[in-house]
Design a protein around this ligand. Structure first.
Ligand code: HEM
Ligand code: HEM
Length: 233
């Protein structure tokens, strides 16, 4: 049975909604963009990892906790609560069956993301901190993992679910916050959400493909031939 929308949970619902866009939505867009450096090959991708590794450890950890982990944890836990209690025709029946279906998919994708991200963060950032070895998140580790069909399928699905969840979430967010009021404005944002869904999926899948496509080997430094070396006279 649905709970009444009391003042308290109205507030927390708004906070939940906001965290979906800021910071989590923003984080995901930059995360998939930086991951797509894999298309440029191991040096490019590992260059990004090395950049983050060069940030002083304590500062990086505080940044991760405050800007990613806490908002994501709150969004996930409160999201499960909402998903359990909410009904399909949450906003109004005027959006009809297909809107209800899309909203239902958003709740399902949220639950899937809970498991996917728990696994993903445990095997990337957490594994890196526990082993003290950034190799576990570098190009070769991704290549080896994604060569296995099950992990590739999981990641393809994870990117798809996250892209759908965020893209449809933008549309919902704009209505919830009164940014789009007229039918016309809502239709425009719906088109934007569709483009965002396709673009984010392409970005993430492109990043995954980058770990599997062949890359040119970086030329290994060779010693200068004697004939070409400058011999001081
Ligand atoms: C193309 C697929 C993906 C790849 C290759 C990938 C890669 C990575 C890597 C390398 C890390 C470790 C970063 C570090 O500790 O420095 C990481 C962490 C993380 N990823 Fe992904 N990721 C992918 C998809 C996603 C998606 C769809 C999300 C959803 C928002 C996501 C959310 C996260 C989060 C929350 C962390 C922990 C961040 C931190 O604490 O610094 N990832 N990912
Ligand atoms: C970790 C697991 C997650 C769970 C369980 C979850 C759950 C949910 C649920 C149930 C909703 C619908 C809220 C409502 O009807 O009012 C929602 C909305 C939303 N989520 Fe998530 N989510 C998760 C991860 C994410 C991630 C990784 C992102 C961003 C990349 C995100 C962004 C959003 C956005 C933008 C909304 C729309 C906010 C609104 O309706 O105003 N969520 N989430």
């Amino acid at each position: 049975m649905a709970l009444p929308l009391t003042k308290e949970n109205f507030f927390w619902h708004k906070v939940h909604s906001l965290t979906g866009i800021i910071p989590i939505g923003f984080y995901m867009v930059q995360h998939l963009s930086l991951n797509s450096f894999s298309i440029g090959g191991p040096d490019k991708f590992n260059g990004v990892i090395n950049f983050f590794e060069s940030i002083p450890k304590h500062f990086l950890l505080i940044l991760e906790i405050v800007a990613i982990w806490l908002p994501l944890l709150f969004h996930a836990v409160y999201g499960v609560f909402i998903a359990n209690r909410s009904q399909g025709n949450y906003f109004s029946s005027k959006y009809g069956w297909s809107q209800n279906r899309m909203y239902t998919y958003q709740r399902y994708s949220g639950i899937f993301l809970l498991f996917f991200l728990a696994y993903h963060v445990a095997t990337t950032t957490v594994a890196k901190y526990l082993t003290g070895n950034a190799e576990v998140i570098k190009f070769d580790a991704w290549h080896d993992k994604l060569m296995q069909p099950w992990w590739l399928a999981l990641y393809l699905l994870g990117v798809l679910a996250a892209s759908y969840h965020l893209a449809y979430g933008i549309w919902n967010f704009c209505i919830r916050w009164g940014i789009t009021i007229s039918e016309k404005a809502q239709q425009s944002v719906q088109k934007f959400s569709l483009v965002a869904f396709i673009a984010l999926t392409a970005l993430g899948w492109g990043a995954l493909a980058g770990f599997l496509i062949p890359h040119e080997q970086a030329p290994t430094p060779t010693s200068t031939p004697v004939s070409e070396s400058r011999i001081p006279m």
